[in-house]
Design a protein around this ligand. Structure first.
Ligand SMILES: *[C@@H]1O[C@H](CO)[C@@H](O)[C@H](O)[C@H]1NC(C)=O
Ligand SMILES: *[C@@H]1O[C@H](CO)[C@@H](O)[C@H](O)[C@H]1NC(C)=O
Ligand SMILES: *[C@@H]1O[C@H](CO)[C@@H](O)[C@H](O)[C@H]1NC(C)=O
Ligand SMILES: *[C@@H]1O[C@H](CO)[C@@H](O)[C@H](O)[C@H]1NC(C)=O
Ligand SMILES: *[C@@H]1O[C@H](CO)[C@@H](O)[C@H](O)[C@H]1NC(C)=O
Length: 458
């Protein structure tokens, strides 16, 4: 708790600094979620309603007789949750309480059916978490049913006994509902993360305004801020706020999560700033993976052959100066990289000398998937890797000649590297113990949608 509060304070300090309170993520929880929560919520509700009932003063024998009352069982055969448009969630629980009345000479068993009704408001908490609060709560009692002891139950006992029980439950049950909701809020608080992306980077989600509630769903506008070494990644251009259109994703899915272009741009910018996209590809002589040597290159560039009569391993230094771009089009996500590649060979003094450098353009198709809570990507090369000579210390280079070799030595390590990075993925908005199950991903113009069932598992 203390840690959570400390984090909340930290975020409250950090987030205004970022200044970005436009949504880039929309989480829409459809009414199917309520059915799921209602089903999963029955057992905790039954436990929560196990209150203690103080002794009843039985006057039926002409003297006060303190009589112990115990709740033997609380059964919730029916729990229904419904959205209240513009407000929150309505709860209706049909409940049967079974009581044991420790009356002398023999105990009495009573069943009391009742309905518990509560309206809750869902709003935005001060640190960007959703907060649920009970705005009204009451119980409707049915007639108590005597389960045994018919022979000796004086009606003089039953009426005051019922009144006693009702008066106690009336107060205590709503208090228990409030406590349950408080616990739920602590859980919802875990939405704001942080979730690690890589070793030194994280994503923080926070709700930026009051949720939109209709009869069919609750929609949360969320801002994702990515942090590299505790510094927020801020996109250079301030784009328009992201709005998730109505009918996207799978019908009947529990959750519809829209992730805008901004989120992808931020993630790529983070990877670039972290230098994670850079790599060195080193050739080794006499190994299986040995295309990268001067004798091979010498056949394509005569000057290399002249400078290196003995075969030498080459090194490719791949650096991403320009930020890669992600393009989201209907059913098609692509990633465009423009690396600068320097080709080096060992010099006499055990250092490396630059032979030439290339400006490379490579288009990649980006396949997205979700596992548990993480959105992951894999890439494959689209078309040809395009090369232009940026500088040369080995005279004229015919790019048409070096293209096949460079393409071949460059493609696989680059893809392996990228796929390892993108395979780590970014956590989608979630709370502790919640997973996305059987997710489907849809790519639209400028955003993607994850339609998914949710699974809560401790
Ligand atoms: C609970 O109460 C309802 C309404 O009186 C009744 O129909 C139902 O059978 C009861 N269930 C149990 C488990 O006692
Ligand atoms: C009620 O009384 C009848 C007859 O007097 C008896 O057979 C029966 O066992 C009694 N039931 C209980 C629960 O005491
Ligand atoms: C250089 O690369 C070529 C092409 O893969 C290979 O046939 C040759 O064995 C390599 N040379 C050395 C010395 O590794
Ligand atoms: C996706 O877009 C790229 C670039 O516009 C194109 O080359 C590729 O063929 C497209 N893929 C599909 C499956 O439409
Ligand atoms: C990459 O994709 C862009 C946009 O579709 C296209 O203009 C460009 O020619 C492609 N480049 C390569 C190297 O495939």
């Amino acid at each position: 708790m203390a840690r959570a509060r400390g984090l909340g304070l930290l975020l409250a300090l950090l987030l205004p600094m970022v200044g970005a309170s436009r949504p880039d993520t929309v989480v829409r929880l459809n009414k199917e979620v309520l059915s799921y929560v209602a089903e999963a919520g029955k057992a905790p509700l039954q436990r929560a309603l196990q209150v203690t009932v103080p002794h009843f003063q039985d006057w039926s024998g002409g003297v006060f007789q303190p009589t112990r009352i115990q709740i033997l069982n609380v059964h919730v055969p029916h729990l229904q949750l419904k959205f209240i448009a513009g407000f929150g969630i309505h709860l209706l629980a049909a409940t049967n309480f079974t009581f044991k009345i420790f009356r002398v000479p023999e105990p009495l068993h009573l069943m009391l059916p009742m309905a518990l009704l509560a309206d809750t408001r869902v709003s935005q908490g001060s640190i960007g978490t959703p907060v649920v609060s009970v705005s009204s709560c009451f119980s409707l009692f049915d007639k108590a049913i005597v389960l045994d002891g018919h022979n000796s139950t004086a009606p003089a006992l039953l009426a005051p006994l019922q009144n006693h029980i009702k008066a106690v439950l009336q107060n205590k049950l709503c208090l228990r509902i409030s406590n349950l909701v408080q616990g739920f809020n602590v859980h919802l608080g875990t939405l704001i993360g942080p979730s690690p992306i890589g070793p030194e980077s994280q994503v923080h989600y926070s709700m930026i305004d009051t949720p939109t509630i209709t009869n069919d769903y609750i929609s949360l506008n969320i801002n994702a801020v990515l942090f590299l070494l505790s510094r927020p990644i801020v996109l250079p251009v301030d784009t328009t706020p992201f709005v998730l259109p109505q009918h996207v994703g799978t019908r009947g899915a529990m959750a519809t999560v829209g992730l805008s272009q901004d989120l992808f741009d931020s993630a790529i910018l983070l990877l670039q700033k972290a230098g994670a996209l850079n790599l060195d590809i080193t050739g080794q002589l006499k190994s299986d993976y040995n295309l990268l040597n001067t004798s091979m290159l010498g056949q394509l560039i005569p000057e290399v052959g002249r400078q290196f009569p003995e075969p030498m391993p080459l090194v490719l230094k791949v650096r991403l100066g320009a930020t890669p771009t992600v393009t989201l089009q209907t059913n098609n996500a692509t990633l465009r990289l423009q690396p600068f590649v320097e080709v080096l060979a060992p010099a006499s003094n055990s250092a490396f000398q630059s032979l030439f450098s290339l400006d490379v353009v490579v288009n990649l198709s980006l396949q997205l998937s979700v596992s548990k809570v993480r959105l992951r990507g894999t890439t494959s090369v689209l078309g040809n890797v395009q090369l232009t000579v940026a500088s040369s210390n080995v005279g004229f280079i015919d790019t048409d000649h070096v293209q096949p070799l460079m393409g071949a030595v460059f493609e696989k390590p680059l893809l392996d590297h990228l796929n390892a990075l993108l395979g780590m993925g970014v956590a989608l908005p979630h709370v502790v113990n919640l997973q996305y199950v059987t997710p489907e991903i849809f790519v639209y113009e400028g955003y993607i949608v994850v339609s998914s069932r949710l699974l809560y598992q401790r």
